[in-house]
Design a protein around this ligand. Structure first.
Ligand code: HEC
Length: 139
């Protein structure tokens, strides 16, 4: 009898862990689509929109997307150092793009409020964490 209970508990822990894992990815995906997807392609198609595609972005070197015209400010920032999009660097960028890269086009105010809303949602640490969990899967 004890045996069965133990196996049952094990299953509960397993299912719960699995559910937490997947619900976090789902939340990250929703956040990414809503806050980044307007300007960035998140798919393996690697299309450039207003911003460069984000496929494989985690640990990708900054500023290397072929055929995307980065702003002068971004170019200078990326070319003047070996800059990679580690998780901590991504976290800094989405918290406040203009603070990390002064003058970047990512921080330009849009006529609509898409941009302002996107970065307002990113002031929440949990949201940033969930979003980056999802970005790691784009590989
Ligand atoms: C209003 C449009 C817009 C939104 C919203 C936006 N971005 Fe961007 N992003 C850009 C633009 C434009 C660039 C290129 C910047 C430049 O050239 O100055 C960029 C650049 C980047 C880069 C650098 C890519 C490289 O090749 O080095 C990353 C990483 C990035 N964005 C991530 C994000 C994430 C994650 C989100 C969602 C939280 C987001 N962006 C939301 C427009 C946007």
């Amino acid at each position: 009898m004890k045996h069965k209970l133990f196996i049952f508990m094990l299953m509960v822990v397993f299912v719960l862990g699995w559910w937490l894992h997947w619900s976090s990815i789902e939340k990250g995906e929703r956040l990414a689509v809503a806050n980044c997807g307007g300007c960035h392609d998140l798919s393996a198609k690697k299309k450039n929109k207003k911003g460069p595609y984000l496929w494989g972005i985690v640990n990708r070197r900054a500023g290397i997307v072929d055929g995307f015209e980065y702003s002068e400010a971004f170019r200078q920032f990326a070319d003047s150092r070996q800059f990679f999009w580690s998780e901590i660097n991504l976290d800094m960028l989405i918290t406040d793009p203009d603070k990390l890269i002064p003058g970047t086009r990512m921080a330009e105010k849009e006529s609509d409020s898409k941009h302002a809303k996107a970065f307002k949602n990113m002031q929440n640490l949990d949201n940033r964490k969930e979003l980056i969990v999802f970005l790691k899967m784009l590989d």
